[in-house]
Design a protein. Sequence first.
Lengths: 288, 231
Amino acid sequence: MVSAELSKQLNTEGGKMSLEVDLSIEKGSFTALYGRSGAGKTSVLRMLAGLMQPDVGEIFVDGDCWTDTSKNLAKSSRYRKVGFVFQDYALFPNMSVQENLEYALVKGQHKSSIDPLIEMMELGDLRSSLPATLSGGQQQRVALARALVQRPVLLLLDEPLSALDWQIRQKLQGYIKLVHDEYKLTTIMVSHDVSEIWRLSDFAYVLEKGKVIRQGSPAETLASKYGVYGVFDKIAEVISIDADRAMLLIDQQCHWFTRNQLEGEEPQPGDRVLLSPRNGGIHIERIA
Amino acid sequence: MHTILLTIDLGPLWLTFKLAIITTLLLFIAGIPLAYWLAYSRSKARFVVETLVSMPLVLPPTVIGFYLLIAFSPSGSFGIWLEQWLDLRLVFTFEGLVVGSIIYSLPFMVQPIRSGFVALPENLMEASDLLGKSRLTTLRYVLLPNIKSSLLTAAVLTFAHTIGEFGVVLMIGGSIPDVTKVASIAIYEEVESLNYATANDYSAILFVLTFLMLLLLNLSNGGYFKGLWKW
């Protein structure tokens, strides 16, 4: 269980902003922090990791106090046992994939304990490669594996897939879900990708200008009510679909549609579709 | 070149390189923590320290030499303290030349290393921190290996700059053969005595050696020796 009350004055591109956030995160859950750039998502994550201190606030993780400004207490990030995946991966350029993971080992931890991670992330052939020679997706897998070597209490992901293209992102979402489930982690992910949040998380906080404006399941917080106006030859992503309704992601906004609003091919979750108006409804055509 | 080496007194050259090697080694050891502090400290005192470190770049060497001469004078209180407690005399001695060279060449060691640290992405240090590693471990295994070219630049510039010292060493060391008479002073004295041929011999050796050193540095920074040194 993670509970945090955080308050901090931030300097953003748009001037000073007051961040006031209360979080209550269940152990083992996958929580997303969603919002536009500059909403304060990354600052919240950095405060949880101990890389930034709140002006006022407290953070408790499994009953352990990590931060309490009233007592002038701030546990060093070095001792928080947090796995952190940076947006730009932050792999050590001088070390190979294997060395990056070995560096993360704690005293007494055997080198072989990184083998299951290498296998899970399919990094076996890249053990001796330097980060600069890896693709973005491969670097992300190494960063994820490195963050897990010490079996962290919390896994914090700062827009982990934002620099990757759509197909690689979908594949890596699978890896993230796999490690979250396999290692029974409590994961907090910053993202502005609705489809990513929908696939991975079971709870979402929506931040705007430093405040939580909505919280709940992704369905409750991210989707608009049924339908969307002006759907003319739009490309959408199918988030979920059942007998009664479908959720489509259009222009980074989720929209519910009843099944009788839609006609055409039968899509699957994850498919990309072309929407066009036809016969008073919306025609769906799957695209590669 | 072989004939030159046989005809001139090699003492000043030997002394010059001994001074440059010792200065570079000592500054390398002291420069890394100082550059680290200047790069990462948020203390306001860093502005003062940074200014002091940069002073030798703009101050006439004779000014530094003059103040060192006054400070280390055996009749001054600091000079007396050094002699009584550390049995150390820094005026007109090789040890004094080393101290003067360290102060004079400080910016040439510290600035490139500091720039190297500053150019590294901040999150490398944060990532290491989050893995529970100490500052020293992070410095040794993450930061220093990623600023190798800055370290090499700093060492070569310090070495080359020490070879070229004149004002400071003349003020604090004078010109005692085999003790403080380095090559730059030998050249000056040979010219004053109108021995242009000998002055030219010393000058040519320094010219060629410093050219080669800087050429090797530039080749290294250009990636020509990539993979030759790894730690």
